[in-house]
Design a protein around this ligand. Structure first.
Ligand code: B12
Length: 301
């Protein structure tokens, strides 16, 4: 663990893959001064110290070795929600997230997500524009043999952990309309529908996430016993759409469920834009952002 000021600066600089000259040029100092900082033979003045903290997006306490928490620190004057939208999101975050996990730098991967949130990006943006592209990329790398299945499993399990951490705190959950979510049939790809569930929860819905392999009898039980307003199902591949179609058909046979809306999504629908209509669902959404908009529109909220 880097605990002295010099060690912290060296560690942060190397984490950014920069040399002393690059850091010196940003600060308007000489390379020797940076080398002296890193050797603990010189110490910066207040202004430079704050510049360094801003540059590395860490707290002054972290720089000075008073805490090991390197969670991004955005000073109050930069936390404004008025930050121009185009400056709020960095296109490089998704690959930074994936690269961090490939080298098992869990802390750095989490930093990317916290930074995005602290700069005012909604949870949906974190899911749809950082995590989703990172996982799609991981899938591509796995397919061409550049990522081992073990690395893919690790990336998945860390992403599951982060989704859980990003979810709304139970104490702040509102009792909004009830939405039931699950992945169709044997589809083990549940991250997408978990993200949809979390985004809906964040938007004020009460969400019951039911995993996968749900028999129709169990869905029937839930719909009969709870005041469900929306059922949201996902399919990562067209092969699972039969199961969704089966669920919708059975639901539609029972007039007691007429008021319940059905929305669908996932990669199984990506290639066939009208499939959602053919199987009798009420709407299709391509990501968590659309999922929230669809549910709001269907429920007139
Ligand atoms: C992680 C992963 C796994 C994990 C899943 C773990 C888990 N808990 O989810 C495990 C290891 C289990 C797995 C297994 C398999 N996998 Co896999 N897997 C992936 C990977 C890398 C990421 C999946 C993911 O989470 N994506 C990110 C999420 C966020 O994206 P998403 O699901 O599209 O969700 C977004 C939207 O679609 C939308 N959305 C999703 N659901 C819903 C629902 C509603 C209602 C709405 C409105 C919106 C919505 O919002 C989400 C956020 O934006 C993908 C690569 C890829 N392209 O996705 C391969 C991939 C999907 N897997 C693939 C394969 C082949 C398999 C296996 C068959 C491998 C094998 N031989 O065993 C098995 C199948 C097992 C099974 N029965 O399902 C292939 C599928 C190829 C194909 N089209 O046939 C892919 C594409 C990899 C590849 N490039 O080849 N896999």
């Amino acid at each position: 663990m880097n605990t002295t000021f010099g060690e912290r600066i060296r560690g942060l600089r190397r984490g950014k893959k920069e040399n002393q000259k690059e850091l010196a040029s940003y600060l308007g100092l000489s390379q020797t001064t940076i080398a002296n900082y890193e050797n603990n033979s010189r110490f910066p003045n207040d202004t430079t110290l704050i510049k360094l903290a801003d540059y590395f997006q860490v707290s002054l306490d972290y720089l000075l070795g008073r805490t090991d928490d390197s969670t991004p620190f955005i000073p109050l004057n930069q936390q404004s929600t008025k930050i121009n939208e185009e400056h709020r999101f960095d296109q490089g975050w998704s690959s930074r997230y994936l690269e961090a996990l490939i080298r098992t730098d869990i802390k750095e991967a989490w930093r990317v997500l916290v930074l995005a949130s602290q700069l005012g990006n909604p949870l949906q943006t974190v899911y749809d524009k950082i995590l989703k592209p990172a996982l799609y990329k991981a899938g591509e790398l796995w397919q061409i043999g550049k990522l081992d299945v073990a690395q893919e499993h690790f990336i998945t399990s860390e992403t599951e952990r982060f989704i859980a951490l990003l979810r709304k705190k139970p104490s702040t959950i509102t009792t909004g309309p009830l939405v039931v979510t699950f992945a169709a049939g044997d589809d083990r790809h549940t991250l997408g529908i978990r993200m949809v569930s979390s985004a809906l929860e964040e938007a004020g819905y009460n969400v019951m996430f039911l995993g996968n392999q749900l028999p129709f009898n169990s869905l029937h039980f839930i719909l009969s016993q709870y005041p469900v307003k929306v059922v949201a199902m996902s399919a990562s591949h067209p092969v699972y759409i039969n199961n969704i179609s089966f669920m919708v058909n059975n639901m539609r046979k029972n007039t007691a469920f007429d008021h319940i809306n059905v929305i669908v999504g996932g990669q199984g629908f990506h290639e066939s834009p009208d499939l959602w209509k053919e199987i009798g669902s009420d709407a299709y959404g391509e990501d968590t952002n659309t999922a929230v908009k669809l549910v709001s529109a269907l429920l007139g909220r």
